[in-house]
Design a binder for this molecule. Sequence first.
Ligand code: PLP
Length: 353
Amino acid sequence: MSVLALARPELLELRGYSSARREAGAAATMLNANESPWPSGNGMALHRYPEPQPTELRRTMASLYGVACNQVLLCRGSGEGIDLLVRAFCRSGHDAILICPPTFGLYAVCAEVQGAARIEVPLDAGFKPDTKAILAAARHSVKLVFLASPNNPTGALVRRTCIDQLASGLAGNAVLVVDEAYIEFADSSSTCELLGRHENLVVLRSLSKAWALAGARVGAVVAHPQVVALLERIAAPYPLPAPSTAAVLSALDCTRRDEFSRRVARLVGERERLRGALEALAGVREVLHSDANFLCVRFDDADAELGKLARGGVVVRDVRAQHRLQDCLRISIGTPAENDRLLDALAAAQEFA
Ligand SMILES: *Cc1c(COP(=O)(O)O)cnc(C)c1O
């Protein structure tokens, strides 16, 4: 069975908006898109609509992820990829997504916006996905199962055998979406390697974290070519602004790859230094295992620690509202100086009102 049988049937007929740039590429005289014939005068040539899926960027990212160009859909951050997947697969009022809390909040928000139900199968006591429970719960109406690996906000990678088993078990019923926003920080290869084995597997990749390009808003859905083609039909006509594409291409330039590896290695080194320092602090109960660029930390009194951090001018993410994280704060790894400031603030004596 084709994975498209799981998509919203009415979308299979949809041709999608046929933009001028899609109908006809470049020509000597371009009079088909109602653009200005002159640039705006700010020194940047932005008067032409960009390619809907910029060819060079698509090729570069496909090669970065070790897949074919037709397996890559470029989008405005992987966040847009989540939204496109929910809109493509979930009929409002009928279908559901499955998530494993505690996890990234955007999956639930996109489902709510689309009118899709949400089924929750919490991570187990070790914050690992409960494969059996997921497969049992995904029998009815679930079209998408979201797993982040490494997970946000807990930080741990999902084992490859677990992803393999889930994709096989869900085949014919649901798509498994593995969100790899933080995979570059983990000591592991990407789930993209499994795409050939499972038609119902989708991988989300982002340039916002390890590639230091959050402001450019570029990410990718890596999937079966049929899924990519479907998402492309429902995506915005020109999702990627030309300056973002140019900025990303220069940052991904092969000559900058060494710089990238050094930055990731330095960040992982800082993460482990910070872990050691935090574990030695009174008031820290546990530092969860992390394969990402943040640490999820259990405190005896998170309110008191937040107060100290505020006085030191440091903000961290309060994740205490999440399942089984009632005493946790999530700390992003910064520069060595920033991490020292965090440690100094936490080491300061508590002020009593
Ligand atoms: C940060 C994050 C994203 C979003 O990344 P963008 O590419 O910037 O949209 C996706 N998934 C998870 C789990 C994240 O933490």
